[in-house]
Design a protein around this ligand. Structure first.
Ligand code: DAH
Length: 357
């Protein structure tokens, strides 16, 4: 057994180790439990004379310690370089452009509700909401539209077959989907004492054939002001301020008589057409299509709250007066933006909606 040649070979081999499996093979070759070259030397020590045993044994053990140390060092450096190369190959490229989020925005109807509420808030109105499922009483009777009143025919109503509960569900007072936001007036006046200044936006329902100008589900905003000295002048001033803020400040408004059972007198308000500015035709001489060459655009219904309505909620018409109004949101947005089909608001078509970003 030539320890010198084992050492020489081992020291040469160790330099050639490039991978962890080379290292394992090296270990087996020299220190392997059965066939290792150095192991074999150590195993034969027993057969030697005490003299030789001491000499060769010492040298062999020194060589084993040396090889073990070389193996440990090599192992450490191999592990380190494999970690480095793993880190290298999976390096995070912070210069890559990220995936940006697209920014959402309000639906045009939600946007208009916010805008209209904001205008009225600036003159002292508070925004409130009422339920979409209403009683026949709140939607009609309390608003001075008794059973068999012809005005009920104008509201094609979805009646609901719901269980009776306090407030509704009986045969005389069935549940329904509100056909307008006016029942919020009733709820509010029943809940608070005058003065009252509110707007009430929300969804309403009509059992109607759907076409470009009619939807079965749409939105209205209701307004109500009650106090001791409210006159028709307050109605006109408030609604004129609203129209000129929502459209354009230089446009005129006009009031025409209009019939709604819950107001007396009742009116409809028009705003001057903002496409032709009331001229009925455009600059090139063609008739104005927005106002159908009338010069005016119909905006809303309004009036002085009918004494019967005040009585129905326990207010005294000798003490308080007030005005109310109601308008269709879709119609306002369609007019202002030149949109011709009401169905677009419900179709969730991004090509339409993204124009309101
Ligand atoms: N509720 C009415 C409708 O849906 C609109 C309306 C008209 C509301 C006159 C009012 C009003 O408060 O005074 O057609």
């Amino acid at each position: 057994m030539d320890l010198t040649s084992i050492e020489r070979d081992a020291l040469a081999d160790v330099e050639r180790i490039g991978t962890l499996s080379d290292l394992e093979a090296f270990q087996t070759t020299y220190l392997g439990r059965k066939e290792g070259r150095l192991t074999q030397v150590l195993r034969t020590l027993g057969n030697l004379s005490p003299e030789e045993k001491k000499q060769i044994g010492q040298a062999a053990n020194q060589l084993r310690a040396l090889l073990e140390e070389k193996i440990a060092r090599k192992k450490q450096s191999l592990e380190q370089s494999s970690l480095l190369s793993a880190l290298e190959s999976s390096k995070l490229d912070t210069s890559l452009p990220g995936t940006s989020l697209t920014r959402g925005h309000s639906h045009p109807i939600a946007g208009a509700i916010r805008e209209i509420s904001h205008i009225f808030r600036s003159i002292g109105f508070e925004a409130v909401e009422g339920p979409e499922i209403e009683t026949d009483f709140n939607n009609f009777t309390a608003l001075n539209i008794p059973q068999h009143h012809p005005a009920r025919d104008l509201h094609d109503t979805f009646y609901l077959n719901l269980a009776s509960e306090k407030g509704g569900g009986s045969q005389e007072n069935p549940w329904l989907l509100r056909t307008h936001t006016s029942p919020v007036q009733i709820r509010l006046m029943q809940a608070v004492k005058p003065p009252v200044r509110i707007v009430a936006p929300g969804r309403v329902y009509r059992h109607e054939a759907v076409d470009a100008t009619h939807a079965a589900v749409f939105h209205q905003i209701e307004g109500l002001a009650i106090d001791t000295d409210i006159t028709f002048a307050d109605l006109k001033g408030s609604l004129k301020y609203f129209a000129q803020t929502f459209f354009q400040s230089d446009l005129q408004v006009r009031f025409r008589p209009g019939y709604f059972p819950f107001v007396e007198p009742g009116a409809e308000m028009d705003v001057q057409c903002f496409l032709c500015h009331g001229a009925k035709h455009l600059k090139d001489g063609t008739p104005c299509r927005l106002c159908k060459a009338t010069g005016w655009i119909e905006l809303l219904g309004a009036g002085m709250v009918h004494p019967n309505v005040l009585r129905n909620v326990g207010y005294d018409p000798a003490q308080v007066t007030g005005f109310a109004f109601g308008m269709g949101i879709e119609r306002m947005v369609m007019t202002r933006m030149g949109i011709r089909d009401i169905r677009l608001f419900l179709e969730s078509d991004l090509r339409f909606l993204e124009q309101f970003a």
